[in-house]
Ligand binder design. Structure first.
Ligand SMILES: *Cc1c(COP(=O)(O)O)cnc(C)c1O
Length: 427
């Protein structure tokens, strides 16, 4: 199919994420992707600054992940996980238990990030019911969060930038503390956690759990907050006997400089969600981990089983690739590599600091953020980035870079130079 026909059919029938069917956003046809580059159908090559929404940590068309996929295909692409088990899934749950904080011992594999959040929330609800506390059915979170687009996940997204205004009538009503004020590296004072403390104290009898993204709030604002704040949330959840759910879907697998962002605060959640980089961006897959105590308590309640079971859970192909992706990550000096990317992003984006319209530049691990004072015109900015040979997709007031970990120094420099140039032009 040539590009013209492809674009015509796309415009006629394909519905892209968060888009209108009558006022269409431009789309760029990709022919192939390899390493850190996307190749458009007209032959142009773009340096990827997004890792395909933060998943493709090893870049594209990676020989090790390709080999894992091909080998697994020769055995089986898929079998149901009800009543059957297999080496790829068992290998994955074993790895996840070994790598995450020690108390997390039981893994529920599922289809996507949002589903793993639904699963986490259902676990918390069934756990409270099993303890004879059915009134503990709400969740407390912090503003500026993002946890996915399915209903319960939406209910704990930021109530202003999320979709509460649209779906509020059918969303469960959750509790929202202010977004954590102290930044990453700063201490957290009593005053910084006072509003959160007051909410948990006041509503403890109706709270099933607290859910938040540890350290980095991703799609809700790309904010990096104090590890001490997270540690204090953990202590409050312990004190009030409320479950803590850490959504590591964006932060997991090294993005922040630690394998999991909870490690910055040396805490373990009661439930953890993983997704995005889990399969190195090859296939959709996710996992919800919990403790022996939560899992077994839930199982002692009524109806005695956890009530969830997606058709494609534990998909062997996804699990085999996830295992290869995790082993590939751990076989390298990945911490040194993330530090290299962090240093290059800090240096490369620093010139943005003095540009008009820029509110702040911040970097943590392999995440670089330029926060503007006003929302950026996305179509126009996107076009300018493509013209400069890079793929960056801003949202709201945020122009951010989350490249594949394999990005070279030269590519990082080009990516940062393009970002500085595009922001300077836009001003
Ligand atoms: C992307 C994301 C999700 C949702 O994952 P999907 O795979 O898009 O459903 C949930 N939580 C966080 C923190 C995310 O970044």
């Amino acid at each position: 199919m040539d590009a013209e026909r492809l674009l015509a059919l796309d415009a006629a029938h394909a519905w892209h994420p968060y888009t209108s069917t009558i006022d269409r956003d431009p789309v760029y046809p990709v022919r192939a992707a390899a390493g850190c580059e996307l190749e458009l159908m007209d032959g142009r090559r773009l340096i990827d600054g997004m890792a395909s929404w933060w998943c493709a940590i090893h870049g594209y068309n990676h020989p090790v992940l390709n080999a894992a996929a091909v080998t697994q295909l020769q055995h089986m692409a898929h079998v149901m996980f009800g009543g059957l088990t297999h080496a790829p899934a068992v290998g994955l749950v074993e790895r996840l238990v070994r790598l995450t904080p020690e108390p997390l011992q039981q893994v529920f594999l599922c289809d996507s990030g949002s589903v793993s959040v639904e699963v986490a929330m259902k676990m918390a609800l069934q756990y409270q019911q099993a303890l004879g506390r059915p009134d503990r059915s709400r969740f407390l979170t912090v503003r500026s969060g993002y946890h996915g687009d399915t209903f319960d996940a939406m209910s704990v997204c930021d109530p202003v930038t999320g979709m509460h205004h649209l779906f509020g009538r059918v969303l469960p009503r959750q509790l929202f503390a202010p977004a954590p004020a102290p930044r990453f590296g700063e201490p957290c004072t009593d005053a910084d956690i006072a509003a959160f403390t007051a909410l948990i104290e006041e509503h403890v009898d109706t709270l099933a759990g607290v859910i938040l993204e540890p350290i980095v709030q991703g799609a809700g604002g790309m904010r990096f907050y104090s590890a001490e704040y997270l540690a204090r949330v953990r202590a409050l959840c312990d004190h009030f006997d409320v479950l803590l759910i850490a959504d590591e879907i964006a932060t997991g697998f090294g993005r922040t400089g630690r394998l999991f962002a909870c490690e910055h605060a040396a805490i373990s959640p009661d439930i953890m969600t993983l997704g995005k980089a889990l399969t190195g961006g090859y296939l959709t897959s996710a996992a919800t981990l919990t403790t022996r105590q939560v899992a077994d308590t839930l199982s002692r309640g009524t109806p005695g089983v956890f009530m969830h079971g997606p058709t494609f859970m534990g998909n062997p192909l996804a699990c085999a690739i996830a295992n290869a992706s995790i082993d590939l990550l751990l076989s390298q000096d990945w911490q040194g590599n993330i530090a290299r990317i962090a240093a290059a992003l800090s240096a490369g984006l620093a010139p943005c600091q003095t540009l008009p319209g820029v509110a702040e530049v911040r970097v943590l691990g392999a995440i670089g953020v330029v926060e503007m004072t006003q929302p950026v015109p996305m179509r126009e900015i996107q076009r300018r980035f493509v013209a400069r040979g890079v793929w960056v997709r801003p949202f709201g007031r945020l122009v951010y870079l989350m490249p594949p970990y394999i990005i070279s120094d030269a590519q990082l420099q080009q990516l940062c130079e393009a970002t500085v140039a595009v922001i300077a032009e836009a001003a």
